[in-house]
Design a protein around this ligand. Structure first.
Ligand code: PA5
Length: 358
């Protein structure tokens, strides 16, 4: 059944009513524009405060908040101050005037992020906002805070370039991390060439993303990444399966999962035989992680309907992370079409936000 849909652009477009495909396929262009926005935002007094900052906090939920997770995973080893991501109301207790805060919200109207923004302002933090507008842009503009204004009209999770890259560029401009120009260039070129092999025009029998989506049809994906590179990617894949493909999915991270979840694949065999394990790996993963992937695979593979191993591509850490993220975007998109669901709407999130706002 499915392969006929994935080989017919017309049938795909009939399901993908909001044309998420164009946004996914245009990702490298989005990244270029996002870098330009990060470079051109006027930093003003932020240029001078770098040495006073003792911590960095990123506020954001869902498709916006994942940009903070990516920043944390990508930059943690290089940063000399702690970077935390807050995915709830308010801000943690340690936050004070020496905390640099980023408020990331595609709509600018997410209540948890707004609550964190307000609390950060009360504590005299400097706040940089990344948003299309909404209350966040209004409040930040009123206070004369920096706002990276990004284009509206797409799904937050499809705007990952806009939400993440300005954050990275600003952190680099402020001197918290080194210049990332080379890594960003490599990542954007890699996204361009990856699109040529995972894109909708490439038929099922030559397309890794379509092939993986077909094998995942009627299966529940369990995604394992490893700490420091594919941890956040595993989370992103899970969220993309949830929101694009509208299916449950679970994720975990090595080495931690070896201390709990590895034991779990024992009972419930009738259920878990419909699960597919996806391993997000990298040729340069540390030896300890390599061994853990291999041994874990061997110990539990027979409990799943299958195991899919996906390898990162590219040289720099950023490119390798994004090569995996981008594959997940395509796979979750194709899987949505196989289920006959429009990948764009997230009706239940909307209903929930409306009810909470009442
Ligand atoms: O993908 C989505 O629509 C959600 O995960 C949103 O990103 C989340 O609800 C937060 O909204 P926003 O990104 O507008 O702050």
């Amino acid at each position: 059944m499915g392969n006929t849909i994935l080989d017919s652009i017309e049938e795909m477009k009939a399901i993908d009513c909001s044309d998420m495909l164009s946004v996914i396929e245009g990702f490298s262009g989005q990244c270029r524009e996002a870098v330009r926005l990060g470079r051109t935002v006027v930093l003003g007094d932020l240029e001078e405060i770098g040495s006073k900052v003792s911590s960095i906090l990123i506020l954001g939920m869902g498709g916006s908040g994942v940009s903070g997770d990516i920043a944390k995973s990508y930059l943690e080893n290089e940063l000399r101050v702690p970077l935390l991501v807050n995915k709830s109301y308010g801000v943690p207790g340690y936050v004070n005037e020496n905390t640099l805060v980023f408020a990331v919200s595609y709509s600018g109207d997410t209540e948890e992020t707004l609550s964190g923004f307000d609390e950060a302002v009360k504590r005299n933090c400097k706040v940089v906002s990344i948003t299309t507008g909404g209350k966040l842009a209004e409040r930040a503009n009123d206070l004369g805070f920096q706002v990276v204004k990004i284009p509206a009209g797409i799904q937050p999770r499809s705007a990952l370039g806009y939400l993440f890259l300005p954050l990275l560029v600003v952190l680099s401009r402020m001197g918290f991390v080194s210049e990332k120009q080379k890594e960003i260039e490599e990542t954007i070129s890699l996204m361009q060439s990856i699109k040529e092999i995972y894109g909708a025009n490439i038929p099922v029998n030559e397309n890794i993303a379509k092939g993986l989506a077909l094998r995942l049809y009627n299966k529940l994906p369990v995604i394992y990444g490893f700490s420091g590179l594919s941890d956040v990617v595993a989370f992103r894949w899970k969220c993309q399966f949830n929101e694009n493909s509208k299916i449950p999915s679970f994720w975990h991270v090595l080495p931690e999962l070896n201390h709990n979840e590895t034991v779990s694949w024992e009972c419930l065999e009738e259920i878990t035989k419909n699960f597919t394990l996806i391993l997000l790996r990298d040729k340069d993963e540390p030896l300890g992680i390599k061994k853990r992937f291999d041994v874990t695979h061997e110990l539990i593979e027979h409990k799943f309907s299958g195991v899919e191993t996906v390898w990162a591509e590219g040289k720099s850490k950023l490119a390798r992370m994004f090569s995996l993220i981008y594959l997940g975007d395509f796979v979750s998109y194709y899987l949505a079409l196989l289920y006959g669901v429009d990948p764009s709407p997230v009706e239940r999130i909307k209903v929930l936000k409306d009810k909470l706002a009442e």
